[in-house]
Design a protein. Structure first.
Length: 588
């Protein structure tokens, strides 16, 4: 075996720098900015954030640009021109980032990270090589990344232990920032350097290839059985839906995603040997899998649709829809083309990821339009706007059944798209009553106050019929009783916040146990067990009905006192059902 000499190492690094100069510059630039950010408050400096974000995206972008240049056999001048165009596009994107970042920017960062890394797989083989060449190159890219990451982690752990030893043995204080800088150096710079030094070259079809038996055994005896288990569970659940007429639960979408992704990964792992004579069962199994995907996708869409129907489209639901579209594209392609075009998997995902990031049908624009449409529908039905479409201010709308939905939509639009997304509802510019210095939370409070949605459902109970009630009780910290309440005689305080019924909660303190059971029976919220003694927590509906706005509701007994300041539920005949409760239990 040839031993790597210092000269060989130097030559390898030199060739890598010549091959990936822009990539290495991004790694150096990003490492420098991250070093500076450690110990300094730069989270409000948009230029530093742009720089770090640009360096992080630039690494995969310029790796892909290098591979594309090699694929197209471009001259040095044309290759640098391609990289210059890539740099220009990257800078234009960074300049569009707003001064104040929101969830949208974070979400787009994730999408673009996926997009740029997919480009590395696509660029070298987009118009050349066989499907097997593409598979082998992709495998080499993943293996190289894992190897580089492993080296970086080992170096970080080794040097960290050395520094810790110096700190402990020689009483030399080493600042915690040193460890963070070391992590940055290893994870950002060294990892990139290791990768470009070992970055594979697009494979020649004439080269021999050997498939690892370990990979085959892993796929055959672990991955495929897991896919089968998931498929059985999902199909059994589908049968349950048909017989019980029970609309699919939202959680089933996660299981559907797991089944779909696991099946596609299994197919990709065993792709090179699927046509070997002794593996004839593999094409049959994978064909069955892709046919089986369609009912699962329908189940997946049905689960998403229940949420969209009730609450409209958000970014997360949009991503689930796009994922369902991608699964349909992949399944149809594999069935029509006979499982012989695996390039479509990263290419289609890359295109959908880019579409989701920018433009009129991006996740952010579709979600904004959907939630704005919901808000328009509510305010028009509730007649909260005048003939010009402006919000009628000075009126309290908090008693409306739609108040909570409206607050939720306004919070979403303000947090994700900025408060100016609500400008259409106000005749005067919004910056005239919302100061720039306000935090996001303060901005929402100003909006709720101006739109008459501040005191949502305060201390209200609405009688629907003689035996049916709908309870909505809310309070706030301005209650004079709350502020002046004497707690000297109490030894324990339990904070209780629950959205579920028929639940049991165990609290322990100093070997003392408190068991709270939310079981809703008649006019009882439930029971609390203290030192083996069970107390029933009764609720006087008239007390809620007659309480004043903002007033804390007290439920007192010989062993405890409850400070109830949020309750949501309903009473039907003799059954009290609590959907939400927030309270403090003061125990003697």
């Amino acid at each position: 075996m040839k031993i790597l000499s210092l000269q060989d190492l130097t030559d390898t690094i030199y060739r890598s720098i010549i091959r990936f100069p822009f990539t290495l510059l991004c790694a150096i630039f990003g490492t420098f900015l991250l070093f500076y950010s450690i110990g300094n408050n730069i989270h409000t400096n948009i230029w530093f954030i742009r720089g770090i974000h640009g360096a992080q995206l630039g690494i995969p972008i310029f790796i892909a640009a290098t591979y594309l240049s090699e694929n197209l056999n471009l001259s040095i001048i044309k290759s640098y021109l391609l990289k210059g165009i890539s740099l220009t596009v990257l800078l234009l994107y960074l300049m569009t980032m707003p001064e104040e970042l929101t969830y949208i920017n974070f979400s787009r960062w994730i999408l673009l990270t996926i997009f740029t890394h997919l480009l590395i797989f696509i660029a070298p083989n987009i118009n050349r090589g066989t499907q097997l060449d593409f598979w082998i190159f992709s495998k080499d890219i993943i293996a190289t990344f894992i190897e580089s990451l492993f080296y970086s982690v080992v170096i970080y752990i080794g040097v960290s232990i050395a520094l810790l030893s110096v700190d402990s043995l020689f009483n030399i204080t080493i600042d915690e920032d040193v460890y963070l800088k070391l992590l940055t150096f290893c994870g950002f710079f060294l990892n990139t350097l290791f990768f470009i030094c070992k970055a594979p070259i697009a494979r020649n079809s004439e080269e021999e290839f050997s498939y690892s038996p370990i990979l085959k055994n892993f796929t055959q005896y672990i991955m495929f059985p897991l896919v089968t288990i998931y498929m059985v569970i999902l199909y059994a659940y589908s049968v349950k839906i048909i017989f019980l007429q029970d609309w699919p639960k939202g959680w089933v979408s996660m299981l559907s995603i797991g089944f779909s992704i696991l099946g596609i990964i299994s197919f990709l792992l065993i792709y090179p040997i699927k046509n070997i004579k002794e593996n004839r069962w593999i094409p049959i199994y994978t064909k069955v899998f892709f046919y089986a995907l369609f009912p699962v996708i329908l189940l997946f869409i049905a689960a998403i649709w229940t949420r969209i129907t009730d609450y409209g489209i958000t970014e997360n639901r949009y991503y689930l829809i796009v994922l369902a579209i991608w699964l349909v594209i992949v399944a149809l392609n594999m069935l029509i083309k006979g499982q012989n075009n695996i390039k479509i998997i990263p290419i289609s995902l890359c295109i959908l990821t880019l579409i989701s990031s920018f433009g009129p049908i991006s996740a952010f624009q579709i979600a904004k339009n959907s939630q704005t449409s919901r808000l328009n529908h509510i305010v028009e039905n509730e007649k909260w706007i005048d003939t010009n479409g402006y919000w009628i201010t000075g009126i309290d709308h908090s008693a409306s059944n739609e108040a909570e939905n409206t607050r939720s939509i306004i919070s979403y639009l303000s947090d994700y798209h900025g408060f100016n997304s609500l400008q259409k509802y106000f005749s005067q510019p919004m910056n005239t009553f919302i100061a720039d210095s306000l935090s996001k939370w303060e901005v929402k409070n100003v909006l709720f106050d101006k739109m008459g949605l501040t005191s949502l459902g305060n201390s209200s109970i609405v009688e629907v019929s003689k035996d049916e009630y709908s309870i909505h009780f809310y309070s706030n910290s301005e209650s004079e009783d709350f502020n002046a309440f004497d707690i000297k005689k109490y030894n324990y305080l339990l904070n209780v916040y629950t959205n579920a019924i028929d639940q049991e909660y165990l609290f322990t303190k100093n070997d003392k146990e408190f068991i709270l059971r939310i079981n809703n029976n008649d006019n009882s919220i439930g029971t609390i067990e203290i030192d083996g003694v069970i107390y029933t927590i009764t609720l006087d509906l008239n007390l809620i009905k007659n309480s004043k706005n903002g007033k804390m509701l007290f439920i007192e007994s010989e062993a405890f006192t409850i400070l109830l300041y949020s309750l949501n539920g309903n009473k039907e005949k003799d059954k009290l059902s609590i959907n939400h409760m927030k309270a403090m239990f003061l125990i003697n």
